[in-house]
Design a protein around this ligand. Structure first.
Ligand SMILES: [Zn+2]
Ligand SMILES: [Zn+2]
Length: 298
């Protein structure tokens, strides 16, 4: 009996503590400056899954990749009863970088660990049984500094690109909102004072429209100001052109807050499937097999 218990404990220690670190240590480092190298095969996943990445210029892609690495260096990702795969790291890091892409010096001060759950969960953090409708959350109290994400919701956010929903981006927006000390739907440090009153007026009107069922914005945004802000940002980063058409003032204020005219990005750009002869997603102009895919096709 005791032996079985000991085995279980060792297993748990390996799975929850050693294993995630090992995954992160796998990232190769540049011997000259001791910085991690962006794994070339990650570009395939980005090109296939993250439309935002495909809209970037070559120079912007390099910046995006560096910011992803910096993020992953600053934040641990731990699977709770689920394996953390490279694609999870990539989608999480992309979700962290997309909203703050216009702020190259941004770092998430209020986050040090992401817990990846195998499924949606309930208020008791149970991932099976009834009433599981939480897909992600930013922790407070004893969970301060942590974010919880359901793995299927993380993936869904990037596989359906017309539903104006992306759970991981939603949670990162809460952190951006909270960087001024309060998650309240008002990212004060990103807003010029002159926009504060129009922003509050607009949120109130928009929430009323949700209650009157006269809005195409996710009704969950009607919960309160902070949820409205997070939900509107999912829309802004996924369907910017549609948001601009349907809610021009909301679009304008979000573009001002994030210093990002998202409608200029062609989010309809077809996602790529990379084969050996495809142009390399790093935009070097070479075929994939002669560039970032070299390792695979040796
Ligand atoms: Zn929320
Ligand atoms: Zn390449």
């Amino acid at each position: 009996m005791a032996a079985i218990f000991l085995l279980l404990v060792i297993g748990a220690i390996y799975f929850f503590i050693i294993n995630p670190r090992k995954l992160q240590d796998k990232r190769a480092k540049d011997v000259i400056n001791d910085k991690p190298i962006f794994p070339p095969e990650w570009r395939i996943i980005l090109a296939e899954k993250v439309t935002f990445y495909n809209t970037l210029s070559r120079k912007e892609k390099m910046r995006f990749e560096n910011e992803m690495l910096e993020f992953l260096d600053s934040c641990r990702i731990t699977g709770i009863g689920v394996e953390v795969e490279p694609i999870d790291e990539i989608l999480i890091a992309a979700s962290a970088v997309i909203p703050i892409f216009a702020f190259p010096d941004w770092s998430y001060q209020n986050l040090y660990e992401i817990l990846l759950y195998p499924n949606a969960f309930n208020e008791k953090f149970e991932t099976s049984g009834p009433d599981r409708n939480i897909l992600g959350m930013v922790g407070n109290g004893y969970l301060k500094g942590k974010m919880i994400l359901s793995k299927p919701a993380l993936h869904q956010g990037f596989s359906n690109e017309s539903d104006k929903r992306n759970t991981a981006i939603h949670e990162f927006v809460h952190l951006i909102d909270g960087a001024d000390g309060a998650i309240d739907g008002i990212p004060k440090h990103l807003m010029d004072k002159q926009y504060l009153i129009p922003w509050l007026d607009l949120i109130n009107q928009q929430i009323e429209a949700i209650y009157a069922e006269k809005s195409d914005i996710n009704p969950y945004g009607g919960t309160n100001r902070q949820e409205f802000f997070a939900v509107a940002c999912e829309y802004f980063f996924e369907r910017p052109k549609l948001l601009e058409r349907k809610h021009p003032l909301l679009y304008q204020l979000l573009a001002q807050i994030f210093k990002h005219d998202m409608k200029m990005r062609n989010m309809h750009k077809k996602r790529l499937t990379i084969g050996r002869n495809s142009p390399c997603p790093c935009e070097s102009g070479l075929k994939f097999k002669k560039c970032c895919g070299m390792k695979h096709y040796q």
